[in-house]
Design a protein around this ligand. Structure first.
Ligand SMILES: Nc1ncnc2c1ncn2[C@@H]1O[C@H](COP(=O)(O)OP(=O)(O)OP(=O)(O)O)[C@@H](O)[C@H]1O
Length: 218
C-alpha cells in the first residue's frame, strides 16, 4: 500500500493505492499530477506524509526523508533527463551496468537497437522518450513513476508500448503511477484511476467506476 497525505499550497489530498497496481493519475493541466509524482520520487521535501509498504519515506513531524536513490524507483519525467554526453546504451549502463542482458532486452523492446550508440542530441523526441523509459526500467525498480511516458510516440508504437508496459508491470510485480491525458490509454492500462483537479482527488476507482461504461470516451 502507498499512503500519502499532503497539505501544501499546491496539493491538499489523502490517497491510498494498492501495491502492485497500475494507477493512472488523470486531470487537467495544473491539477497537481506531476507534483504528486515528484513527492513519491523524493524530489519534494515538505508538507506531506508518505508511507510505502509499511515503511515511512517522508514524515515532516519526525523529520524523515528517504533520499530518491534509496527508494527503488524508476522514473520518466517530461524533461527525460538523459545524460547528454552518454550514448543510449551508456545511459542505461549507468542505471544498471552489471546486467548487460537486461540492457539488451530493453533496447530491443523499446525499438532502440539501431540507435543504441547515439547520444540524446541525435535522437528525435520520441526516441529520447523511449530511451528514458528504458533507463527507468534498467535498474529493476519496484516503483515506476511515469509522467506521460508515451506522449511523443506515434499511434502504432504507442499501442505496442502500452502492451509492453502492461506486461512488464505485471511480470515484474511493479507498482506503477502513470500520468496520461489520454482517456483511452488510461482505460486500457489502469487498475485504478485517480482523477485530480485543483490539487485534490475528485474520484478514485476502476476506469468504469470513475467514468462509467467501459471507461471509453463518451
Ligand atoms: N516549481 C513550482 N513552483 C510553484 N508552483 C509550481 C511549481 N511547479 C508547479 N507549480 C504549480 O503547481 C500546480 C500543479 O502543477 P503540476 O505540474 O503538478 O500539474 P500537472 O497536473 O502535472 O499539470 P500538466 O498536466 O500540465 O503537466 C500548478 O498550479 C503549477 O502552476
Amino acid at each position: 500500500m502507498i499512503r500519502i497525505k499532503a497539505h501544501t499550497p499546491i496539493l491538499d489530498l489523502s490517497l491510498e493505492v494498492a501495491s502492485r497496481s497500475l494507477v493512472v493519475l488523470y486531470g487537467p493541466s495544473g491539477s497537481g499530477k506531476t507534483t504528486l509524482l515528484r513527492m513519491v520520487a523524493g524530489l519534494a521535501r515538505s508538507g506531506f506524509y508518505l508511507e510505502v509498504d509499511g515503511e515511512v519515506w517522508d514524515d515532516p513531524l519526525l523529520k524523515i526523508h528517504r533520499p530518491p536513490q534509496q527508494r527503488g524507483i524508476g522514473m520518466v519525467f517530461q524533461d527525460y533527463a538523459l545524460f547528454p554526453h552518454l550514448s543510449v546504451r551508456e545511459n542505461l549502463a549507468l542505471a544498471n551496468g552489471s546486467d548487460a542482458k537486461r540492457i539488451d532486452y530493453l533496447i530491443d523492446a523499446l525499438n532502440l537497437a539501431p540507435l543504441a550508440d547515439r547520444k540524446p542530441a541525435r535522437l528525435s523526441g520520441g526516441q529520447q522518450q523511449r530511451a528514458a523509459l528504458a533507463r527507468a526500467l534498467a535498474r529493476r525498480p519496484r516503483l515506476l513513476l511515469l509522467d506521460e511516458p508515451l506522449s511523443a510516440q506515434d499511434d502504432v508504437l504507442r499501442a505496442r508500448l502500452q502492451g509492453f508496459l502492461l506486461d512488464i508491470h505485471r511480470t515484474e510485480g511493479l507498482t506503477t503511477l502513470l500520468v496520461t491525458h489520454d482517456r483511452q490509454e488510461a482505460a486500457r492500462l489502469a487498475d485504478t484511476v485517480v482523477s485530480m483537479a485543483d490539487g485534490r482527488v475528485t474520484g478514485q476507482g476502476a476506469p468504469r467506476e470513475v467514468w462509467g461504461g467501459r471507461g471509453e470516451i463518451y
